[in-house]
Design a protein around this ligand. Structure first.
Ligand SMILES: NC(=O)c1ccc[n+]([C@@H]2O[C@H](COP(=O)([O-])OP(=O)(O)OC[C@H]3O[C@@H](n4cnc5c(N)ncnc54)[C@H](OP(=O)(O)O)[C@@H]3O)[C@@H](O)[C@H]2O)c1
Length: 193
Protein backbone atom coordinates (compact mmCIF):
# COMPACT_ATOMS: atom_id res chain seq x y z
CA UNK A 1 0.00 0.00 0.00
CA UNK A 2 1.25 3.52 -0.85
CA UNK A 3 2.61 5.67 1.93
CA UNK A 4 -0.09 7.91 3.37
CA UNK A 5 0.44 11.68 3.60
CA UNK A 6 -1.26 13.24 6.62
CA UNK A 7 -1.42 17.00 7.08
CA UNK A 8 -1.44 18.11 10.73
CA UNK A 9 -3.22 21.43 11.30
CA UNK A 10 -3.67 23.49 14.45
CA UNK A 11 -6.03 26.41 13.96
CA UNK A 12 -8.38 28.89 15.54
CA UNK A 13 -12.10 28.55 14.82
CA UNK A 14 -11.73 31.21 12.10
CA UNK A 15 -8.90 29.29 10.43
CA UNK A 16 -5.75 31.10 11.54
CA UNK A 17 -2.57 29.21 12.34
CA UNK A 18 -1.25 31.50 15.04
CA UNK A 19 -0.83 29.97 18.50
CA UNK A 20 -3.32 31.69 20.88
CA UNK A 21 -3.68 31.30 24.62
CA UNK A 22 -7.05 30.46 26.17
CA UNK A 23 -8.10 28.99 29.53
CA UNK A 24 -6.15 25.79 30.12
CA UNK A 25 -3.83 26.17 27.12
CA UNK A 26 -0.96 27.65 29.10
CA UNK A 27 -0.95 25.15 32.00
CA UNK A 28 2.36 23.20 31.98
CA UNK A 29 1.80 19.44 31.64
CA UNK A 30 3.79 16.46 32.85
CA UNK A 31 1.61 14.12 30.76
CA UNK A 32 0.65 14.48 27.08
CA UNK A 33 -2.76 15.87 26.19
CA UNK A 34 -5.23 13.68 24.33
CA UNK A 35 -4.64 15.88 21.28
CA UNK A 36 -0.89 15.32 21.38
CA UNK A 37 -1.44 11.58 21.74
CA UNK A 38 -3.65 11.55 18.62
CA UNK A 39 -1.46 13.83 16.52
CA UNK A 40 1.86 12.24 17.44
CA UNK A 41 2.26 9.49 20.01
CA UNK A 42 -0.22 7.06 18.44
CA UNK A 43 1.64 7.43 15.16
CA UNK A 44 5.24 6.83 16.23
CA UNK A 45 5.13 3.29 14.80
CA UNK A 46 3.42 4.03 11.48
CA UNK A 47 5.25 7.25 10.48
CA UNK A 48 8.91 7.47 9.49
CA UNK A 49 9.04 10.77 7.57
CA UNK A 50 8.05 14.36 8.36
CA UNK A 51 7.87 17.10 5.77
CA UNK A 52 8.48 20.57 7.21
CA UNK A 53 8.35 24.08 5.82
CA UNK A 54 11.67 25.80 6.49
CA UNK A 55 10.29 28.00 9.29
CA UNK A 56 8.58 25.12 11.07
CA UNK A 57 11.73 23.05 10.70
CA UNK A 58 13.89 25.75 12.27
CA UNK A 59 11.40 26.06 15.13
CA UNK A 60 11.51 22.30 15.72
CA UNK A 61 15.33 22.09 15.71
CA UNK A 62 15.49 24.89 18.25
CA UNK A 63 12.87 23.44 20.62
CA UNK A 64 12.16 19.78 19.88
CA UNK A 65 15.43 18.10 18.87
CA UNK A 66 16.80 15.98 21.72
CA UNK A 67 19.89 18.24 21.87
CA UNK A 68 17.61 21.19 22.65
CA UNK A 69 15.71 19.49 25.50
CA UNK A 70 15.96 20.78 29.03
CA UNK A 71 16.40 18.32 31.91
CA UNK A 72 13.18 19.59 33.46
CA UNK A 73 11.12 18.67 30.36
CA UNK A 74 8.61 15.84 30.86
CA UNK A 75 9.55 12.37 29.68
CA UNK A 76 6.94 12.35 26.91
CA UNK A 77 8.65 15.35 25.30
CA UNK A 78 11.99 13.49 25.36
CA UNK A 79 10.22 10.61 23.62
CA UNK A 80 8.86 13.06 21.05
CA UNK A 81 12.38 14.38 20.46
CA UNK A 82 13.78 10.88 20.02
CA UNK A 83 11.02 10.18 17.50
CA UNK A 84 11.87 13.37 15.58
CA UNK A 85 15.61 12.67 15.71
CA UNK A 86 15.27 9.18 14.21
CA UNK A 87 12.60 10.14 11.66
CA UNK A 88 13.53 11.10 8.10
CA UNK A 89 13.00 14.85 7.82
CA UNK A 90 12.34 16.69 4.59
CA UNK A 91 12.74 20.45 4.84
CA UNK A 92 11.41 22.57 2.00
CA UNK A 93 13.56 25.62 1.31
CA UNK A 94 14.79 27.60 -1.65
CA UNK A 95 17.81 28.86 0.27
CA UNK A 96 19.02 26.33 2.85
CA UNK A 97 22.19 24.56 1.75
CA UNK A 98 22.81 22.35 4.78
CA UNK A 99 21.37 21.52 8.17
CA UNK A 100 22.79 20.17 11.41
CA UNK A 101 19.83 17.96 12.39
CA UNK A 102 20.42 14.28 11.57
CA UNK A 103 18.36 12.45 8.91
CA UNK A 104 17.41 15.65 7.07
CA UNK A 105 17.09 16.24 3.33
CA UNK A 106 16.50 19.65 1.76
CA UNK A 107 14.08 19.79 -1.19
CA UNK A 108 12.56 22.56 -3.26
CA UNK A 109 10.25 23.14 -6.20
CA UNK A 110 6.90 21.70 -7.20
CA UNK A 111 4.99 20.17 -4.27
CA UNK A 112 3.24 17.74 -6.58
CA UNK A 113 6.58 16.45 -7.84
CA UNK A 114 8.06 16.26 -4.31
CA UNK A 115 5.05 14.37 -2.95
CA UNK A 116 5.10 12.01 -5.95
CA UNK A 117 8.77 11.30 -5.35
CA UNK A 118 8.29 10.66 -1.63
CA UNK A 119 5.37 8.35 -2.31
CA UNK A 120 7.46 6.28 -4.69
CA UNK A 121 10.23 5.85 -2.11
CA UNK A 122 9.88 2.87 0.21
CA UNK A 123 8.90 3.74 3.74
CA UNK A 124 6.12 4.27 6.22
CA UNK A 125 3.60 7.11 6.38
CA UNK A 126 4.46 10.80 6.17
CA UNK A 127 3.30 13.75 8.29
CA UNK A 128 3.28 17.30 6.91
CA UNK A 129 4.04 19.81 9.65
CA UNK A 130 4.17 23.29 8.15
CA UNK A 131 2.74 26.76 8.41
CA UNK A 132 -0.62 27.77 6.94
CA UNK A 133 0.68 29.02 3.58
CA UNK A 134 2.43 25.76 2.73
CA UNK A 135 -0.43 23.66 4.13
CA UNK A 136 -2.82 25.67 1.96
CA UNK A 137 -0.84 24.58 -1.10
CA UNK A 138 -1.27 20.93 -0.04
CA UNK A 139 -5.02 21.47 0.32
CA UNK A 140 -5.31 23.40 -2.94
CA UNK A 141 -3.54 20.66 -4.89
CA UNK A 142 -5.34 17.80 -3.12
CA UNK A 143 -2.04 16.21 -2.08
CA UNK A 144 -3.08 15.00 1.38
CA UNK A 145 -4.59 11.57 1.98
CA UNK A 146 -5.94 12.69 5.34
CA UNK A 147 -6.11 15.71 7.62
CA UNK A 148 -5.83 15.85 11.40
CA UNK A 149 -7.16 19.21 12.52
CA UNK A 150 -7.06 20.58 16.06
CA UNK A 151 -9.45 23.53 16.37
CA UNK A 152 -8.81 25.88 19.28
CA UNK A 153 -11.82 27.59 20.93
CA UNK A 154 -10.65 31.02 19.80
CA UNK A 155 -11.75 33.48 17.12
CA UNK A 156 -8.58 35.44 16.40
CA UNK A 157 -9.19 37.58 13.35
CA UNK A 158 -5.58 37.96 12.21
CA UNK A 159 -2.45 36.09 11.17
CA UNK A 160 -1.68 33.39 8.63
CA UNK A 161 -4.79 31.71 7.27
CA UNK A 162 -5.16 28.09 6.16
CA UNK A 163 -8.11 28.47 3.82
CA UNK A 164 -8.12 30.11 0.40
CA UNK A 165 -8.89 29.56 -3.27
CA UNK A 166 -9.11 25.98 -4.56
CA UNK A 167 -8.39 24.56 -8.01
CA UNK A 168 -11.37 22.22 -7.61
CA UNK A 169 -13.73 20.95 -4.93
CA UNK A 170 -12.32 18.46 -2.49
CA UNK A 171 -14.67 16.07 -0.72
CA UNK A 172 -13.72 14.56 2.61
CA UNK A 173 -14.93 11.66 4.70
CA UNK A 174 -15.13 12.36 8.43
CA UNK A 175 -13.31 9.57 10.29
CA UNK A 176 -13.54 10.89 13.85
CA UNK A 177 -14.40 13.86 16.04
CA UNK A 178 -13.21 14.28 19.60
CA UNK A 179 -13.74 17.08 22.11
CA UNK A 180 -10.82 17.78 24.43
CA UNK A 181 -10.68 19.07 27.99
CA UNK A 182 -10.16 22.76 27.20
CA UNK A 183 -12.76 22.92 24.43
CA UNK A 184 -10.53 22.03 21.49
CA UNK A 185 -12.05 19.81 18.81
CA UNK A 186 -9.97 17.16 17.05
CA UNK A 187 -11.19 16.38 13.53
CA UNK A 188 -9.88 13.57 11.38
CA UNK A 189 -10.84 13.60 7.70
CA UNK A 190 -9.85 11.37 4.82
CA UNK A 191 -9.71 12.65 1.24
CA UNK A 192 -12.25 11.01 -1.06
CA UNK A 193 -10.52 10.37 -4.39
N1 LIG B 1 -0.70 26.33 13.49
C1 LIG B 1 0.28 25.58 13.12
O1 LIG B 1 0.20 24.35 13.15
C2 LIG B 1 1.53 26.20 12.61
C3 LIG B 1 2.58 25.37 12.21
C4 LIG B 1 3.74 25.98 11.75
C5 LIG B 1 3.82 27.37 11.71
N2 LIG B 1 2.79 28.13 12.12
C6 LIG B 1 2.86 29.59 12.05
O2 LIG B 1 2.92 29.93 10.67
C7 LIG B 1 3.84 30.99 10.45
C8 LIG B 1 4.88 30.54 9.41
O3 LIG B 1 4.20 30.02 8.33
P1 LIG B 1 4.87 29.59 6.97
O4 LIG B 1 3.80 28.96 6.17
O5 LIG B 1 5.64 30.72 6.43
O6 LIG B 1 5.96 28.52 7.52
P2 LIG B 1 6.56 27.16 6.96
O7 LIG B 1 5.55 26.44 6.16
O8 LIG B 1 7.13 26.43 8.10
O9 LIG B 1 7.78 27.63 6.07
C9 LIG B 1 7.60 28.33 4.88
C10 LIG B 1 8.90 28.20 4.10
O10 LIG B 1 8.96 26.91 3.47
C11 LIG B 1 9.71 27.01 2.29
N3 LIG B 1 8.92 26.50 1.17
C12 LIG B 1 7.58 26.44 1.06
N4 LIG B 1 7.24 25.86 -0.11
C13 LIG B 1 8.38 25.55 -0.75
C14 LIG B 1 8.69 24.91 -1.98
N5 LIG B 1 7.73 24.48 -2.80
N6 LIG B 1 9.99 24.76 -2.31
C15 LIG B 1 10.97 25.18 -1.47
N7 LIG B 1 10.73 25.80 -0.29
C16 LIG B 1 9.46 25.96 0.07
C17 LIG B 1 10.12 28.46 2.12
O11 LIG B 1 11.38 28.55 2.77
P3 LIG B 1 12.62 29.49 2.24
O12 LIG B 1 12.23 30.87 2.66
O13 LIG B 1 13.81 28.97 2.96
O14 LIG B 1 12.67 29.30 0.75
C18 LIG B 1 9.07 29.19 2.95
O15 LIG B 1 9.50 30.44 3.42
C19 LIG B 1 4.37 31.35 11.80
O16 LIG B 1 3.62 32.46 12.26
C20 LIG B 1 4.08 30.13 12.68
O17 LIG B 1 3.82 30.45 14.03
C21 LIG B 1 1.64 27.57 12.55
Amino acid sequence: MARKITVNMYMTLDGYGEFPTYPGSDVPRREPSEGFIDMWINRYDSVDTILFGRRSYEGHVAVHSEAARKKSDPEYMFEFSRFLDRTQKIVLSHYLKKTEWQNTRIMKGSLTRIVGRLKREPGKDIIVDAGPSLVHEFIQRGLADDYRIAVWPVILGHGNHYWGPMFKQQTLKLLSVKTLKNGEVMLHYETVR
